[in-house]
Design a binder for this molecule. Structure first.
Ligand SMILES: NC(=O)c1ccc[n+]([C@@H]2O[C@H](COP(=O)([O-])OP(=O)(O)OC[C@H]3O[C@@H](n4cnc5c(N)ncnc54)[C@H](OP(=O)(O)O)[C@@H]3O)[C@@H](O)[C@H]2O)c1
Length: 345
């Protein structure tokens, strides 16, 4: 058995409970991953509050994780036992229901196409903070058909997605000038991400900004007000649904391990940094508090869950067995460890 956070009815964070779940078996192209760190996203609490994306109860929330491969299905080709991987395990674009077992559990199964190898220079906490937010951030630039040398105005530069949009604009997409908005206490933080200018929205109204921009990337769904800073021919991207202005185009993430792999050079060179909210990381036991904080809408970067109960346990799989282990052998190892897993929590 393993520990996981779950809910059996829609509602506020109080519907979350901690319980025992079976450790899943990886089938075909799936990996079994021992989660080392996870990150929360607004979709995790929106799904809990009302039936947006169908999934069965009990639902274990969580899309993002970084962890260690401890088992694999017979059709897996890219990864081996012991590999350190990260990814968003929920493919929102796929037909059917989302996975019932999300990443707020000690062990998850995920299709190998959805994960990438964790760069060695970033921690599990940093890696877990990236997938869903960075996949969203990248997709916005693709939706806009963004071209190097253009100017960008980012609404909400301090949030989980916005911190990555600012960095990608400067360091990956070659924007000539990047402006981002946030509240007073976060101005220096957003400057440190590489923004050329930061607009404190508590002091300056969009109408008072004279310059007009080639691309308006709105991460908070305020296009009905922010559209005034966009040039007449500018593309306006809104990542909230429904888009908040007739000119705004909704952009949704593409969930792909290959897309994460393409970011490797930027992560390895430090041009793209994972930003973990300084109130965290929150321990596995503090998940409800982590949701309370995320739900205030004031997160600075990403809300991360670390460590997990099994973090300090020795690997379930001896290294000499690499490539030879079967999921049956792995289950036996886990049964032997079950009392320890329970004791840690
Ligand atoms: N379409 C998709 O595929 C997709 C994917 C991911 C997320 N989303 C959606 O995108 C939204 C943002 O996600 P997220 O993960 O970035 O959320 P988040 O991390 O919770 O965003 C929090 C940030 O929003 C900023 N903010 C709030 N009001 C603001 C305002 N009026 N002006 C400027 N900044 C403001 C806050 O900064 P201050 O404290 O300084 O105000 C805070 O730093 C959510 O609605 C989420 O559901 C959509």
């Amino acid at each position: 058995m393993q520990k996981a956070w779950f809910y059996e009815e829609y509602g506020p964070k109080e519907v979350l409970k901690l319980g025992d779940f079976l450790i899943p078996t990886p089938l075909h192209n799936q990996l079994l991953v021992q989660v080392q760190a996870a990150a929360l996203n607004p979709i995790d609490f929106k799904r809990r509050q009302r039936p947006i994306f169908p999934s069965d109860f009990p639902t274990v929330p969580g899309c993002d994780m970084a962890g260690i491969v401890v088992g694999k299905g017979g059709a897996v080709t890219k990864f081996d036992i012991g590999d350190e991987v990260y990814g968003n395990i929920q493919d929102f674009n796929a037909e059917g229901k989302l996975k019932q077992l999300g990443t707020l559990s000690e062990f998850i199964v995920v299709e190998e196409s959805l994960v990438a190898t964790k760069p060695n220079n970033i921690s599990f906490e940093e890696a877990a903070s990236l997938p869903l937010a960075v996949q969203t951030a990248v997709e916005g630039f693709k939706t806009a058909g963004f071209k190097e040398g253009k100017t960008v105005f980012v609404v909400g530069g301090a949030g989980g997605v916005g911190t990555l949009v600012v960095q990608l604009a400067k360091n990956m997409y070659g924007a000539s000038h990047v402006v981002a908005t946030c509240s007073t206490p976060k101005v220096e933080f957003v400057k440190s991400l590489g923004a050329d200018e930061v607009v404190d929205y508590t002091k300056t109204r969009y109408e008072d900004i004279e310059e007009k921009y080639d691309f308006l990337y709105d991460t908070i769904g305020d296009c009905k007000n922010s559209f005034v800073v966009a040039k007449d021919e500018a593309l306006i991207v809104d990542i909230t649904w429904p888009p908040s202005h007739p000119r705004a185009v909704y952009s949704s993430l593409t969930v792909s391990g290959d897309d994460l792999e393409k970011l490797r050079p930027y992560l390895e060179s430090g041009k793209l940094k994972a930003l973990i909210d300084p109130t965290g990381p929150y321990t596995f036991g503090d998940v409800i508090e982590a949701f309370r904080y995320l739900e205030t809408g004031r997160a600075k970067g990403k809300v991360v869950i670390f460590p997990f109960p099994s973090h300090h346990l020795p690997s379930c799989v001896p290294s000499e067995s690499k490539n030879k282990i079967t999921s049956e052998m792995f289950s036996q190892k886990l049964s032997a460890l079950s009392p320890a897993l329970n004791a840690v929590e």
